[in-house]
Design a protein around this ligand. Sequence first.
Ligand code: F6R
Length: 607
Amino acid sequence: MAMCGIVGYVGEREALPIVLGSLQRIEYRGYDSCGILVQDSANGQVYMHKGLESIDELMEILPLCDYHGNIGIGHTRWATHGTPSVRNAHPHLDCNGEIAVVHNGIIENFQSLKEGLLRNCRFRSDTDTEVIPHLIENTLMRIRDSGESGEELLKDAIRESLSYLKGSYAIIVAIKGFDGLIAARRESPLIIGVGDRENFIASDVPAVLEQTNRVIYLEEGDIAVVKKDGIYIENGAVEVKRVVRLIPWTIEDAEKGGYEHFMLKEIHEEPKAIIDTLRGYLTETGIELGFDARHDIMMVACGTSYYAALCGKYIIEHIARIPVQVELASEFNYSDTVLGDDKTVIAMTQSGETADTLMALKKAKRFGCHTVAITNVVGSSVTRIADDTVYIRAGPEIGVAATKSFIAQLVTIYLLGLYLADIPRHDLEGWIEELKRLPQLAQMVIDDSNAVIQDIARYLAGFENVFFVGRGVNLPVALEGALKLKEISYIHAEGYAAGELKHGPFALLTNATPVVAILSNDNVYEKLLGNIKEIKARDAPVVAVAVEGDDEIEKYVDAVIRVPATRALLSPIPNSVALHLLAYWAAKARGCEIDKPRNLAKSVTVE
Ligand code: F6R
């Protein structure tokens, strides 16, 4: 399962309160179910509890005397595969209940592994994770005859089992009768907290900080055997040494991964949100979203999600040549619009709980439309209304302003456009290749343009009104840029179609109304350049977001934020990363409370 929290403890103290305390420290990431397992090495007893309760509730209901032992593992699950339920909560066990695994990540080939394992094993959950304990069990049984025993045998079995997995994982394995825990990672973070006659394992630093500030960051492919008085780490079956670092952060700093705000952390997670979203739906033969759409598409959404849907109109109409209508959910709900049952209506909602969007989807259902939810939260209300659901896999978003979820929504829309398109195989492959470059392009904006963006943001922070303009697929990006700036910096910002300014807003242009223009190498580039010249002629300062190598633009504007080039239709991704950073740094320059802007809530569950 992706986006989960995992923790482990080996030592001399009671494991239960430490495991629960560690889980509590990573609760802020959000979870829908959780589980713990405690092992008593003295008598070999194993105790497990899985449920939909909160960690606070577990602290109340699990009596220490019944969960006695000094080895423990725990998990908070944020479902991406299989609904939130007791049976899908971790730890997952092998058939004999002797090997327990908690996992963060996605096992991409779990279906084929599961089919192979079904001959010998009984599966109890719908998760990808459960293949791991079964694989370890099978491998152990097979190699036991080789004469090896004890720790060497376990290491060999786990090493071999992990070699069958495709995808990402950070896991902790507890084995009945073994006096330690085994941890391993690939493409998912995992750390070891080093204590005194005790050690801790966790997916996130805050989970261990209350106990120790000495931390080992496991590296790609590391497998670690963690005991109370020793840590052995290997990589590629060879023992390796990893440095112990002293973490200078407070727990609060650590929750934000060392970033000052969740919003900044989440912008830095945008490349990963793209990777995870693509990974969920790209198959060896193309793209699989798991449903058939009807001919016409309508999308309903609010706020940032509405802008993602608006981008969707340009994207899907271009790639798939299917007409797409986009409506604000709150408007559609009271409109006289009549829908035919030949439509697929898509609700775009990060939280899956926005009241207006839910109501719009119910209205579409009453017209007999096929309904689809695109959301970030497994099991959220929208998934229970829609006929089909596509998850965006952005991971928990804590900052009120949507950032990485917007990026993941865009990625989902590209996938949807390509999924619906009837295009030659060669063209599809070309698109997929370019989609796979997007994480790298997003990272380049973060690494290479951040300093320029900070300067420009400090400049914009001195104004009270800013326009954002764009054309084509970058018009919704301009609208999103303006929304983000206004909601967190409280600067009045308006997003406008660049060609529309002359139909009224020109009256507002002075040297005190900067304009941010979003460009890309597309068929409206020249038109937008013309609009920029008109704006400059009214004395308004212009900041351009433009691709690397566009030398023309510099002649007409006051400052340029550079983004790497990609296909014009994909430019909303690098452009939006730049605009999210711009809003963040402007709000920071104005000393605003960035993660919780005034009067706003993360999910808007009232109409
Ligand atoms: C702005 C923002 C909001 C949400 C809107 C819809 O940064 O986050 O505009 O996009 O409230 O929320 P969801 O996507 O949860 O339906």
